[in-house]
Design a protein around this ligand. Sequence first.
Ligand code: SF4
Length: 555
Amino acid sequence: MKIVLATLHSRYVHASLALPSLAATVAGIPGIEAVIRESTLAEPPGRILRKLEAEEADLYAFSCYIWNVEATLKIAADLKKVRPSALVVLGGPEVSYGSFELMERNPAIDVIVRGEGESTFRELAVAAAAGEPDLAAIDGLVYRDGERIESTPEREAMAELDLLPSPFAAGLVDFSKPLIYVETSRGCPFSCAFCMSSLERGVRSYSRERIENDLSLLMERGVGTVKLVDRTFNFDASRADLIWEHILRHNRSSRFHFEIAADLLTEENIRLLRRVPADTFRFEIGVQSAAPETLRKVGRKSDLERLLANVRRLREETAVTVHLDLVAGLPGEGLEGFYDSLASLLETKPHHIQVEPLKVLKGAPMRRIAREEGYLFSETPPYAVLQTPWLGYREIGTVETAARLLDLFWNSGRFATVLRVLAERKPLHELFRELTDFWESREEEAPYPLPRLFDALWEFSAGDPEREEIAEALAYDWCLMEYPSPERLPPFFLDRPGERCANPEGTAASPGTRVRSYRRLFLRDFRSDPPGPPAEIVFVYRSAPGKGLQVSTPG
Ligand code: SF4
């Protein structure tokens, strides 16, 4: 029997962890051949359908998430028409709740695997390979029995994760992808009402040996980015230390991305993290709201003060890249509250801030709260919040604009100097608030090429009594990004002369490399923080085919 394990990614860089894990559970079973077929949402559905049909499989299993379920259902419906004898199976978080309704609305779907999939899928595959499977005997399914839709008892989560074969050791993971997902644990010790992980009780970890073997394989293969999908990686501080220590000893060139709870970091953790080289670890830290009452309403038990203090320490004492998350639209938080939360995050100077409007997910306890409180939210994926008693529909649009501006101006790191100068005038959250209003008043639409962003900030600063300082900072940020060509000099360079040089002294250019420099007197020396007295700053620009532009400020 041939099985196709399929999914639709939102972008090519993504690689499935679910499909190789499922393939590993049926690898080596006589009479079963499983292949993995990954596509992206950008591909024409007709082409995906042709590829799947050409496999002539007996069972097609689709991994469904919030971002792909609608497209998957359309493809599955057509697939059933052109290959009616095949069993069409869905699994994944997006179909584990509301499964009956989904089966009723989609007659092409034969079976849904609910919850943790590996054991259920293995039993289903073995039974299907034997012919005429008795689906009623397999826990964790919703299935068709003639005209009726039936379900079997929920399957208990596996107590011993090591019993699952490693998809990495089995050679089922495509190491050529730039980003590979890996898990070292399942579940979360917390239970935030808006999150699906809140439904699982407790945390299960793979053994230390299994984790180290999987990570060693990824490091040996030189994977670009290893993203750990653990919901709270550091739920056990000493376990986190052991894994981080293993990475520090064996890493060659990979980068690692962890989702952590910063309030759980210990002194020992931070001591170890001081040894992490730059551009190696990235921590994604959910703050979600800085309002204790809001966090209480959604059952999120985090020690906010300690969390923010530890984020500050990560920034000051380590080279870990820090990414903070906020959710807009939680109970009790309006637009004022959102900007207050943003203020708390900006004070810690993280590298990135990601703001997402709340998603009222199927199966999550937030659905009940949303109905009780009179929320409006979309009934289709991604179940975006439309209005709350505290945040109006248009205000949610304003939060989305603020999120985009944070991404363009803060997260990009391209405007660090001008933001530093603007922050001397007013707190950054107020600045972003005013910038958001300015942006909305101009009805700015994407795309946003960098020169347009510089121009927009220059216009935004129009009424500033000391605008020349802003011009200086913008010019400095521009020079760090691009050679200031005399033909296209932006207005904030004012009329201050600068000196350009084609092959500056002391810059050895290898063949094929182009080197240029630009020298200009700045009223403040932005190379230091706080800025120093006026200084002549030289920018050196090196460009080589395939390497992009490298800018340095020697001295
Ligand atoms: S939001 Fe994070 S901490 Fe809360 S339940 Fe989900 S994974 Fe756990």
